[in-house]
Design a protein around this ligand. Structure first.
Ligand SMILES: [Ca+2]
Length: 139
């Protein structure tokens, strides 16, 4: 596609400039990681692997969209070895964050967080199972 920009002054003089751009497909958003913050918002770091039951944390998914930006993120969790996927919440405003209390009664099991994003054009990220990026042992 070629964009042509034309300017005309008060005397009728015209100048133009053109520029060629390649048209790409509108891609779905990508979630690259889910950061774990403490209840005050401090990042617990990528190395945290254990969290105590009952602890309050904030889940901070990092998402991007090449074209227009992120409209909404949904956050889910499941306990490894079970089939039930529970929704933690839906956030429709940046920064997309989710307050979460580590569930009780699952000591020794892995907690799996999953997120799914929608861009402002309505395209959804790939199935959220593929966005599974964090696994934590519950103390
Ligand atoms: Ca997009």
């Amino acid at each position: 596609m070629k964009l042509i920009i034309m300017a005309t002054d008060g005397a009728g003089n015209v100048t133009s400039l053109d520029r060629t751009v390649i048209i790409n497909e509108n891609n779905p958003p990508q979630i690259t990681k889910i950061q774990i913050l403490d209840s005050k918002g401090f990042n617990l770091g990528a190395m945290v692997t254990q969290l105590a039951e009952g602890r309050q944390i904030i889940l901070d998914p990092v998402a991007s969209d090449f074209e227009t930006g992120i409209d909404m993120i949904r956050m889910f969790y499941k306990i490894e070895g079970t089939e039930e996927i529970r929704q933690i919440g839906v956030d429709e405003a940046a920064p997309f964050q989710f307050h979460f209390k580590i569930p009780s009664g699952n000591v020794g099991n892995k907690l799996i967080f999953m997120a799914k994003a929608v861009d402002t054009d309505g395209f959804e990220s790939e199935t959220f199972f593929e966005q599974r990026v964090c696994e934590y042992n519950v103390l």
